[in-house]
Design a protein. Structure first.
Length: 277
């Protein structure tokens, strides 16, 4: 199971980089770091149907760090919402693949996001709506560790706990880097786990690239009652492309031709290994 899910993640990484390269712009670092989480959600855990992307009883997903749209598009394409080759048209004039998620144009996108800090509030609204309508769908969101420097995130944290939104699970992509460098240098949010505990969230810390840990954390969140859950996922920015890993410079930079070819070679090798296992 894990190798199949990893195969989807690595294929999505490849198409995310293809799109960014063709657009000559985009955000590879934070896209690659969340591929494994998204693959587990979309291929194993979420109640979704690509043939009916607006099913009112579906689970919802909000990419609060909307600039990492390339990997969300690639996962959606891999899952069958649209041909994955469309991801290669990222940010092009006549493409639906905008630089940030667009819920009106892209099948499978549940919320338009981009302005950091706002996505988690929208996810809270979806979760509260489920409670009020007595629906059992769950809501998932991914935030960036730079994003939580936004004050609105903490208003949302207070809101979710106050309304006991145990049907929302947030992931924090904790790669330690943002566009201007180390999060500890820009605006240190640590200790992040203690802060969310103080806001009365259930807090789980995992390796963002360990599939069993991702699965187990989601299962624990589903069993937790009376409070929301945040999964602090310790990740590697640029995961899967050696020269992008742990480099803040790849937060929002597109590869040149030589770098692109190297990235494709590395990801093709990972895909071949996934398929062989």
């Amino acid at each position: 199971m894990s190798n199949v899910t990893k195969l989807h993640a690595d294929r999505a990484r490849k198409y995310a980089i293809k799109g960014i390269y063709n657009a000559k712009s985009g955000h590879p670092g934070g896209s690659l770091s969340i591929a494994d989480i998204l693959s587990v959600l979309y291929f194993e855990k979420m109640n979704i149907n690509p043939a009916d992307p607006k099913d009112p009883n579906r689970d919802r997903f909000v990419l609060s760090k909307g600039h990492c749209a390339p990997i969300l598009y690639a996962i959606l394409g891999e899952r069958g919402y649209f041909p994955i080759e469309q991801c290669e048209t990222l940010r092009q004039i006549d493409s639906i693949m905008q630089g940030h998620p667009d819920m009106k144009a892209i099948p499978g996108v549940d919320m338009s996001t981009g302005s950091l800090g706002q996505g988690i509030s929208a996810a809270n609204g979806m979760a509260l709506s489920a409670k009020l309508d007595k629906k059992d769908y769950r809501v998932y969101a991914i935030l960036g560790d730079g994003e939580i420097e936004e004050g609105q995130v903490w208003e949302a944290a207070m809101f979710a706990a106050h309304y006991k939104l145990d049907n929302i699970t947030a992931f924090l992509d904790f790669n330690g880097l943002q566009i201007d460098g180390n999060i500890t240098d820009v605006m240190d949010s640590n200790p992040i786990d203690e802060k969310f505990k103080a806001f009365n969230w259930n807090v789980i810390t995992i390796d963002a690239h360990n599939y069993d840990e991702i699965r187990n954390a989601i299962d624990e969140a589903q069993k937790t009652k009376g409070k929301p859950t945040i999964i602090i996922a310790k990740s590697i920015k640029g995961k899967g492309v050696s020269f992008m890993e742990n480099q803040a410079s790849w937060h929002g930079s597109a590869p040149n031709e030589e770098q692109y070819n190297q990235a494709m070679a590395e990801l093709d090798a990972a895909i071949a290994e996934d398929e062989a296992e």
